[in-house]
Design a protein around this ligand. Structure first.
Ligand SMILES: O=c1[nH]c(=O)c2[nH]c(=O)[nH]c2[nH]1
Length: 331
């Protein structure tokens, strides 16, 4: 068994100190493509009624970066002859948003990365990451009943899906060297059914033990496919939608009388890997925002009064792998 520390390191693996860091690129490239191809025919899971995305607004905040030895003289000599201006990178991404025929952010990033490598043969690798800019549907009265508008959308302030790819030029062609899907800024509160006790009690301990706390967590999740090509959504039956992972996380949170955030996220990870055999691992970054108690007993009510927690905030990082699921099954 790997230890927790090793597990986190496994993903965060840094390159050796001898490796020169050299890249450049553009961040905050905002892309709003309307009427992109809808995402349909995904595989359903019991925890979710999510069946697809209309993609009427395909909104993204993209970051791109290039790597390649040919860029070295721009740093060491001030020689810009091999530089593709980051302004041009932005224009390239926007132009290709009109050409993309697929239905996912992961697919779009891979498409753009490969087109960059086609166009500029001195780029060795392209890395692209993106945060979805989500829009919620709104309801309107159409003259006879309340229906969903297909014209007006509400810019969401909720969680958003994320994606990243790295495509590297090799002698055998372009290689997808990194690919993740994810969901970030999921803010979940469970008002009852969470405990935290049994931790070390010593001269530094002030926190009271509890068998019922209002557990408020911020979660960022990302996942890696066993075969990275499944992450593009070109075969939607093999694609994992962020909305489905969100619904699984919420269901496990609801079901599990949890001992801690650590305990909870392991169970969420195992369930996600159980539902999606095409995934190799899922990674969590979480933050504890549990409300602070103010009034714990209200006469005649099971209610309480809480307020926002004060900093500093606790956090967790954890990866759950397919091996963990297999080991659990063998116990
Ligand atoms: O779920 C939790 N895990 C911890 O490690 C921890 N530490 C703490 O003070 N509160 C909590 N909550």
């Amino acid at each position: 068994m790997r230890t927790v520390e090793e597990k986190v390191m496994f993903i965060d693996e840094e390159k050796s100190a001898d490796d020169r860091v050299m890249y450049y690129g553009k961040g905050d490239v905002f892309v709003f493509r309307t009427y992109a191809t809808p995402l349909t025919n995904i595989t359903n899971v019991p925890e979710s009624d999510f069946t697809g995305r209309e993609n009427v607004i395909f909104g993204m905040n993209i970051q791109v970066s290039f790597r390649g030895e040919k860029f070295l003289p721009s740093f060491t000599e001030g020689d810009n002859s091999m530089i593709i201006a980051t302004d041009s990178m932005k224009n390239f991404i926007l132009a290709h948003a009109a050409k993309y025929e697929g239905a996912t952010m992961e697919g779009f990033l891979q498409f753009v990365a490969e087109r960059f490598l086609d166009k500029y043969d001195h780029i060795e690798a392209v890395e692209l990451s993106s945060d979805e800019i989500p829009y919620d549907t709104v309801k309107i009265h159409d003259g006879s009943s309340i229906v969903e508008s297909d014209l007006v959308y509400n810019c969401s302030r909720n969680e958003y899906s994320t994606a990243s790819v790295e495509v590297t030029r090799t002698n055998e062609g372009y290689k997808l060297t990194k690919q993740t899907g994810g969901i970030s800024d999921l803010h979940l509160i469970k008002v009852s059914g969470s405990s935290f006790y049994g931790y070390i009690q010593d001269e530094y301990t002030q926190l009271p033990e509890t068998n019922d706390r209002p557990l408020f967590i911020f979660l960022d999740l990302s996942w890696i496919y066993q075969d990275m090509r499944d992450g593009t959504g070109d075969n939607p039956e093999r694609y994992v939608a962020a909305e489905q992972v969100r619904d699984i996380a919420v269901t496990v949170f609801h079901e599990l009388y949890n001992n801690s955030i650590q305990h909870l996220i392991n169970e969420i990870g195992l369930r996600v890997l159980q539902r999606f055999p095409q995934l190799d691992q899922i990674r969590f970054k979480t933050n504890n925002r549990t409300w602070e108690p103010v009034i714990q007993d209200i006469e005649g009510s099971k209610g309480q009064v809480h307020t926002e927690p004060r900093p500093p905030y606790g956090f967790q990082g954890f990866t759950v792998t397919r091996k963990d699921l297999e080991n659990k099954g063998n116990k």
